[in-house]
Design a protein around this ligand. Structure first.
Ligand SMILES: C[S@@+](CC[C@H](N)C(=O)[O-])C[C@H]1O[C@@H](n2cnc3c(N)ncnc32)[C@H](O)[C@@H]1O
Ligand code: SF4
Length: 222
């Protein structure tokens, strides 16, 4: 069942019990994504019941207020973009401004695949975000187009170049590693570090039930 706005703040406080310190937190600021990466539950039949729309601002503000209570302390970072794309959220700038006002010491990440990047809309984020976490799985267009379908490398790679130019030293490349891209790790690392990325993170691919895809996709060595 989709939780109602009114449920969440009281529920989340009580369910955290004795937790006093959070290392990192990720907020699903929107349920909408323009991709359906083969290993992600987003935009699959099993998640079709989830709302593909932005989180209401009042709910977002309550979460930020709750995270700012003295009982909690984020020691790592707060990210926007869980199983939706951070840059498809129409309120990303407003949320970042609010978060920086209320949680000024917390590091802000925005998670995106980069396809929705628009200079005119998103350049103001430069002064607000600490890290733009850019998810890109391959520099080989055939592999990219398969893993991050239905995105197309020929359309997204120019946006990635714009992001690297517009957010110098703030771009952190996130690469879930599978057997389709494992041999590319050095190339990907050098490519982005030479272009001024802040870092490249190779994430272990976390499995989710194969039935979610409706077919078996062997991305990991068996
Ligand atoms: C689920 S995405 C949501 C935000 C945005 N759409 C994006 O792709 O960055 C957040 C992060 O999860 C990672 N991710 C997605 N599926 C994964 C999986 N099965 N195992 C490990 N990381 C995964 C992506 O690489 C991305 O860095
Ligand atoms: S871009 Fe992000 S949220 Fe969208 S399908 Fe890929 S990993 Fe999932």
């Amino acid at each position: 069942m989709v939780p109602q706005t009114s449920d969440l703040t009281s529920q989340s406080v009580s369910s955290l019990g004795s937790v006093r310190c959070l290392r990192n937190a990720v907020i699903g600021t929107t349920g909408l994504c323009n991709a359906s990466c083969v290993h992600c539950p987003t935009n699959k039949a099993s998640t079709a019941h989830l709302l593909r729309q932005p989180m209401p601002m009042d709910l977002f503000e309550r979460i930020i207020d709750e995270l700012g209570r003295p009982a909690f302390q984020i020691t790592g970072f707060l990210s926007f973009g869980l199983f939706g794309d951070g840059l498809l959220d129409p309120y990303v700038i407003e949320r970042a401004q609010l978060m920086k006002q209320k949680l000024s010491k917390v590091i802000l990440h925005v998670n995106t695949n980069g396809a929705a990047y628009s200079r005119s809309k998103h350049l103001p984020l430069f002064d607000l975000v600490d890290v733009l976490a850019l998810h890109l799985e391959s520099l080989d267009p055939r592999i990219y187009d398969f893993l991050m379908q239905p995105l197309r490398a020929e359309r997204v790679f120019p946006k990635v170049e714009q992001i690297l130019n517009d957010f110098p030293s703030k771009v952190f490349i996130a690469v879930p590693v599978s057997r389709l891209n494992i041999e590319e790790r050095d190339t990907i690392y050098c490519h982005f570090m030479e272009r001024g990325a802040y870092g490249v993170f190779f994430a272990p691919l976390r499995g989710y039930p194969e039935t979610t895809l409706g077919k078996t996709v062997y991305l990991l060595e068996s």
